[in-house]
Design a protein around this ligand. Structure first.
Ligand code: ZN
Length: 52
């Protein structure tokens, strides 16, 4: 379980843990782009992944 934040610029994923009461979605440490909140089932799209 757990939640994550992902940067759409460089696909960096930060683990936020399962405690949603004290999370702080910040900016990507690499490119400073705003990271988005995702669930643990989310996977970044890969060009090699042709099947679900
Ligand atoms: Zn980034």
């Amino acid at each position: 379980m757990g939640h994550k934040a992902v940067c759409l610029e460089c696909y960096r994923v930060e683990n936020l843990g399962s405690n949603l009461t004290n999370i702080n979605i910040g900016k990507c440490p690499l490119c400073t782009n705003q990271m988005i909140f995702i669930n643990h089932k989310f996977r970044p799209p890969k060009k090699t992944d042709t099947k679900k």
